[in-house]
Design a binder for this molecule. Structure first.
Ligand code: PLP
Length: 178
């Protein structure tokens, strides 16, 4: 089984306090007037995927191929479908707590077993390599790393994320390419 770290970025503006930026509204109106109201590819139009790849390259220095990018109706939808595609009954998903309210139920709904790992404020509400190591079993398929975290706002450094993707951890994990 090949292993890889898998990322999901949300562009949703869910907050009641923020409104859609004017240039986004104008672009949406232009698209509707141009007749772009038909069904699109479920993983996003080629133009949108290319724009996302460009943003990842310019802003984050990441090189992604078209096949590595998919667009969905929200972070939860994409994560739910990934769980649905990869979990067998009893597979374990590590969910660091505090967590966004939906994740354990999304795991249960796909026959998985959520493994809640408490991450206290003294650790910055982050999953340490030690706590992660103690929670890993032969049934572990996913670790849900949410950064910046909701509800705590804590953010992992690149070094911390790299540690959570160490060969020991990754050898146990599911891969989107497997
Ligand atoms: C950690 C986290 N996961 C999931 C969601 C839901 O995301 P979406 O609306 O893109 O499905 C939110 C929304 O605030 C969130 O904070």
């Amino acid at each position: 089984m090949r292993t890889r770290t898998w990322g999901c970025a949300s562009s949703a503006w869910a907050s009641a306090r923020s409104s859609t930026p004017d240039h986004v509204k104008a672009a949406a109106i232009r698209a509707i007037e141009a007749g772009e109201t038909k069904y699109t590819p479920v993983n996003g139009t080629p133009e949108l995927r290319a724009a996302i790849a460009g943003k990842l390259r310019v802003r984050h220095g990441l090189e992604c191929t078209d096949a590595q990018i998919t667009v969905g109706g929200g972070a939860k939808q994409v994560v739910f479908l990934a769980l649905m595609a990869t979990l067998d009954e009893g597979d374990e998903v590590i969910v660091p707590a505090p967590y966004w309210v939906s994740y354990p139920d999304m795991v249960c709904a796909n026959d998985g077993t959520p493994v809640i790992v408490d991450c206290p404020e003294t650790d910055g509400f982050k999953l340490t390599p030690e706590r992660l190591g103690a929670a890993l079993t032969a049934r572990t398929r996913w670790v849900v790393l949410n950064t910046p975290g909701n509800p705590t706002g804590s953010a992992y450094t690149v070094g911390e994320v790299s540690k959570s993707g160490s060969p020991t951890v990754r050898s146990r994990m599911v891969s989107p390419g497997s």
